[in-house]
Design a protein around this ligand. Sequence first.
Ligand code: PHE
Length: 357
Amino acid sequence: MDDLKQKYLGQIAEADDESALESIRLAAVGKKGEVALKMRELGKMTPEERQTAGPALNALKDEINSALAAKKAALADAALDARLREEWLDVTLPARSTRQGTIHPISQVSEEVTAIFAEMGFSVAEGPRIDTDWYNFDALNIPGHHPARAEMDTFYMHRAEGDNRPPHVLRTHTSPVQIRSMEKMGAPLRIICPGGVYRADYDQTHTPMFHQVEGLAIDKDISMAHLKWVLEEFVKAYFEVDGVDLRFRASHFPFTEPSAEVDIRCSWEGGTLKIGEGDDWLEILGSGMVHPKVLAAGGIDPDAWQGFAFGMGIDRIAMLKYGVPDLRAFFDSDLRWLRHYGFASLDQPNLHGGLSR
Ligand code: PHE
């Protein structure tokens, strides 16, 4: 029995894979293995012999089985170690810059805008792109019969007959987030909301989906002067220049009173768009003092608080800053265009390091 033990424990120790172990198991403790054969010989023994040989054989069987199990576990560990050695990856290494993907100019500009307004104390708010017509229109003082509803070229969500939920629209501007932010945070309040908006419109400066950034500041004694200062500071920081010509034009929006649209001086000469020169103007935003009815719709007392608001076209200011003449190219998903106009994925815009490197 000692010989059997030596033999099999030795083989087990030397086995170097699972199939070798399995052959050893069959030869040693399988139904027709050597230990089983020995067990059969017990019948020919005297009762005394059997009394010592029986337990000894069982002990041998146990010992071989546990040696097999231990070796099996050790082989599995070794296989895992080998795999870990083979497939290791140092996740702390700096990422390799890829030539495939770049940050889309719209994402880049949204980050730049956020960095600038954050410095002026504005936090970022969000709202749904599919919203009720109450948030998109009524709460903003645009009742059902108002011409602005028609002018916005609104996409309405389809409703099955008999579906009585309130009408939903693809938001036509980021202004509904004004109402949602007032409801959520009350006054005083200072937020921007960058995001996608939708209107049925398509030409060189219009696409059915585009991007705006809404701004809203509510406090005591806020005036048009604050609005003007904030926008001028923004434009200087964003275009990374000391000054650009801005034109404030008296205008009308149902949700602001008074209202102004702001244009920026530009030139389209030779098919390239340049800011700060030329005799053309590109409208970049609408703005004004928040209408008392809008404050009330947001649950804020218009006798105690005032505010200014603006809605700026992100795509427009991206075209101006990065010289993109056709807005439609932004949404063509053309990789060559993205490689030309895109941004390195690891450069985060901030005011200290420079917005656009
Ligand atoms: N929501 C307006 C638009 O989309 C812009 C705007 C926002 C005007 C806030 C005034 C105040 O044209």
